[in-house]
Design a binder for this molecule. Structure first.
Ligand code: ADP
Ligand code: MG
Length: 260
């Protein structure tokens, strides 16, 4: 008889329970999220995939407490985050628990690479000695050490995104959110940046949520949540096989056609 190898229980990092978001404008209302339920576990890389306007960025804004849902709850590490949408808790949560990577990098143009990266540590009152140690480590880890004194306009798109990723991880947040992180990059650079996310996931055990409309990008994740018209309509566990891309594409196509 085979001995059963115990599987450690999955630890919940994020749980979204019945979340809706309505944007009320003067003439009409837009329901950007419709009763979204999902659970994200520790160390997972999850891709949120959907067409433009399906509510992906809105969902990330709710998870990072940048904006408040109309309805629903957010659970963090198994506990309801009751105060998360109120200040000063929202800012505290963001600066301690979240790293954010954007499509268009959001670097400060007047600061050099190392000053851009150090911002989260400065916000968290980390000593300058500790900042220097962590900066050197992260600059080397992301292959941008030689560029540390340069300003953003002197860098390529891929280098800028490396700087943005360094800034997102330097305070070692447990949750990393990335909104179309390869949307402004060419094919080869996209590969490099996606490999970096996979490496980070393996090295740090960070939980990564990656928003994309690109099946290729989604194929690097562990699990894909398909988003359509403000709701999760399907999911797919990647098998890390060549067939993943076809599976993701087929599901995405049928969702976009409204078949699911
Ligand atoms: P995605 O990131 O998937 O492209 P978004 O989350 O940005 O989609 O947008 C979802 C829907 O909500 C869209 O119809 C968009 O126009 C609308 N929306 C997003 N943000 C706002 C806002 N601040 N005010 C009004 N409507 C918004
Ligand atoms: Mg978006």
């Amino acid at each position: 008889m085979l001995n059963k190898i115990p599987v450690p229980p999955l630890k919940e990092v994020l749980r979204i329970d019945g979340m809706s978001k309505i944007f009320a404008q003067s003439s009409h209302k837009v329901q950007a999220l419709k009763n979204v339920h999902c659970t994200i576990y520790e160390g997972e890389m999850v891709a949120i995939m959907g067409t433009s306007g399906s509510g992906k960025s809105t969902l990330l804004n709710m998870i990072s407490a940048i904006d408040e849902p109309t309805e629903g709850k957010l659970f963090l590490f198994g506990e309801e985050a009751r105060n998360i949408y109120k200040e000063p808790y929202a800012s505290k949560f963001r600066k301690e628990q979240i790293g954010f990577v954007f499509q268009d990098f959001h670097l400060l143009k007047d600061l050099n690479v190392e000053d851009n990266i150090a911002i989260p540590l400065i916000l968290n009152d980390v000593s300058s000695k500790e900042i220097a140690v962590r900066l050197e480590k992260v600059l080397k880890q992301l292959g941008i050490y030689e560029w540390r004194k340069h300003r953003p306009h002197e860098l390529s798109g891929g280098q800028k995104q490396r700087v943005a990723i360094a800034r997102a991880i330097i305070h070692q947040p447990p949750i990393l959110l990335a909104d179309e992180p390869t949307g402004a990059l060419d094919v080869n650079t996209t590969d490099e940046i996606l490999q970096l996310f996979v490496e980070l996931q393996h090295r740090t055990g960070q939980t990564i949520l990656l928003v994309t409309h690109d099946p290729y990008v989604a194929s690097f994740s562990d699990r894909v949540l398909f988003f359509h018209d403000g709701a999760i309509t399907d999911s797919y566990q990647n098998k890390k096989a060549a067939s993943d891309l076809d599976e993701i594409l087929a599901r995405f196509k049928s969702i976009s056609r409204g078949e699911v």
